[in-house]
Write a protein that binds this ligand. Sequence first.
Ligand code: NAD
Length: 401
Amino acid sequence: MASTIDLRAVSRLVELPRDVYRLLERPEQETRCTLNIVYGGELLCMDAYVVIHCSVRGPGKGGIRLSADVDMAETSSLAELMTYKCALVGIPFGGAKSGIKLNPKVLTEDSRTSLIMEYVHCFKHILESGLYIPAPDMGTNAGDMATIFGCTHIPECVTGKPPRIYGLPGREEATGYGSATVTKMTAPEALGKEVKDCTVAVQGFGNVGRWTAYFLSLAGAKVVAVSDLSGCAYCEHGFTPDEILKCSGEELSRQRQRLERESLFDLPVDVLIPAAVGGAINGDTAERVGAKLIVEAANEPVTPDGDAALMGRGITVVPDILANAGGVVASYVEWRQGKSGEVMERERTYSIIEDRLERAHSAVRKASEELNISLRQAAHTIAVNEVAQAMVERKWVHVPA
Ligand code: NAD
């Protein structure tokens, strides 16, 4: 089974017991269920997946993706990424992910609730055991997490809930807050200027894209373009934070200028933030990219050939396991809050995210400089090493004397 990251490259940089790689190459658990709901008088049957990749550092953490394209392979790959993300930012979770194979656009509010209740019904044993703790991902939201809590009555068995329902103030915007924070940290070293002097284009205007754009515009960056499935909205002088929060992508392009969706990649901006789908920047797209810095707010938005092409062009890429880790850090805080009953303030959530990302960012930067490798290779090396040490400590692998 192929790993989602280049484990062979990592093995050339750090010496680890061979069995570590064998354990990382395949997930611990893959479960598939059929979810059945009656919708508009018709029976709707769809596949749903839960994958726990590795639990050596703690229970599996990862969002629920609701998409017509998701399958077991994609869910597995995203679960593995979560293993490394949690390890990189030093939170005691393993990697996991869920997928539900359905286009969320076809759902009414009521049928969405039925679907999530059916999901809990089918995966109840995994959710209630605490082995897997879901959160929102593409296509799911805080309301869905409230539905999961409503079925289990266990506050810590799901994160990303609305603040009134055992949620965490600041969790909704946490991933975007983290992506904007990492952009601020990286801009001076990659571009030689502060983020307030940068122009930015953001692909995806859902939870992650919108909040990333908002926090960057608040920091003074000029967010000149945002795209979603409806197209690309462009404003030479930059959208205001208020517009970014209140308008849909379609409204922005009606009020300002509309471009072809894909032309976002060609724009001569300082920073490009893919915050939509996996595989958005492939070998061909990479040749057209007009930015000098890419911050992967989405999971796996750059394909391996895209990555090689970007590297060849001297474009810095901040990898997903660092760039979008703000969400899982906040999820950890929410999980702790659920267990202890303590109530956190929004500002405290922000400062914990900043602290974790700052530490991870400087470790990645240092390893990248010392070993003369990309930020992605550095992040993967640190994360795999961390997971490996946990495997050694738990005696999951044998270390020859
Ligand atoms: P979402 O469903 O809220 O938003 C996705 C957005 O992408 C929508 O605006 C959609 O219109 C747009 N989109 C889809 N295809 C597009 C395309 N081809 N071109 C332009 N726009 C397109 O999803 P989200 O929660 O914001 O997640 C986005 C990405 O961030 C995913 O890769 C997800 O795995 C990752 N992520 C999310 C979280 C989180 O907390 N939600 C945490 C970490 C990583």
